[in-house]
Design a protein around this ligand. Structure first.
Ligand code: ZN
Length: 227
């Protein structure tokens, strides 16, 4: 039992850190967000809601310059002000915005925001366990190798979430009569638009895989679904 105490403590610390981070994020979002009030986008949200047989989908604008969409740990959907401005100025179409909303809905529907708590916690425990073992053979650098391995695992897990949320969004966009084309054109634009990432939203909430890989995955799904 004593041998595992550091791992349990690390898991507990991870759990507390996650909750603090989620709480801080929710507070920040509350203070700096307002409900989406654009008629064209609201109509598209209604189309998505109808496809999901939901009365409505509420989207909030988060007042930061970064270009991103996000699903808060409490299940709310946010579009950043920077992103919304790109839409208002015509750089991003309403359908492309809808594809981002559909992606974030996927994170909520598939339970990603909740599962990340467990990933985050187990990553911490894994890091500690590995550090204990590796330090025995590689004094000094064992800790760094353990940290590197644990964060690689974390990145791998969150990339999996992105592909799942993309697939969910594709299916939803098709069902809502919007189609997957805006989703793909959005990815092509996203890379250039999302250079400046800022704010207190933690990095683990925002990681995304490479654009060409995501487009390829959507096209693979389209092929599969057509059969
Ligand atoms: Zn995502």
């Amino acid at each position: 039992m004593l041998r595992f105490t550091p791992i349990l403590l690390a898991a507990l610390a991870g759990f507390v850190m996650y909750h603090f981070s989620a709480w801080r994020t929710a507070r920040e979002l509350d203070a700096r967000s307002s409900e989406l009030a654009d008629n064209t986008l609201l109509r598209l949200c209604d189309q998505l809601a109808a496809a999901l047989e939901l009365p409505r989908i509420k989207v909030n604008i988060y007042d930061i310059d970064a270009v991103n969409g996000l699903a808060a740990p409490d299940g709310r959907i946010f579009i950043t002000r920077g992103f919304y401005d790109r839409y208002r100025s015509g750089q991003v179409s309403a359908e492309e915005m809808a594809s981002v909303i559909a992606h974030e809905l996927g994170h909520v529907a598939l339970g990603h925001t909740r599962r990340r708590m467990i990933d985050f916690t187990s990553q911490n425990a894994l890091r500690t366990a590995l550090a204990l073992i590796l330090s025995r053979f590689l004094p000094g650098i064992g800790v760094y190798i353990a940290g590197f391995l644990a964060s690689m695992l974390g990145a791998h897990l969150s990339r999996g979430d992105e592909y799942e949320a993309d697939a969910y969004a594709s299916a939803l966009l098709v069902k809502a009569g919007i189609g997957t084309e805006p989703q793909k054109s959005m990815f092509r634009k996203l890379e250039a638009l999302s250079q400046a990432r800022s704010g207190v939203v933690p990095a683990w909430l925002m990681s995304h895989p490479k654009t060409p890989d995501r487009i390829a995955a959507i096209e693979a799904n389209e092929k599969k679904w057509r059969l």
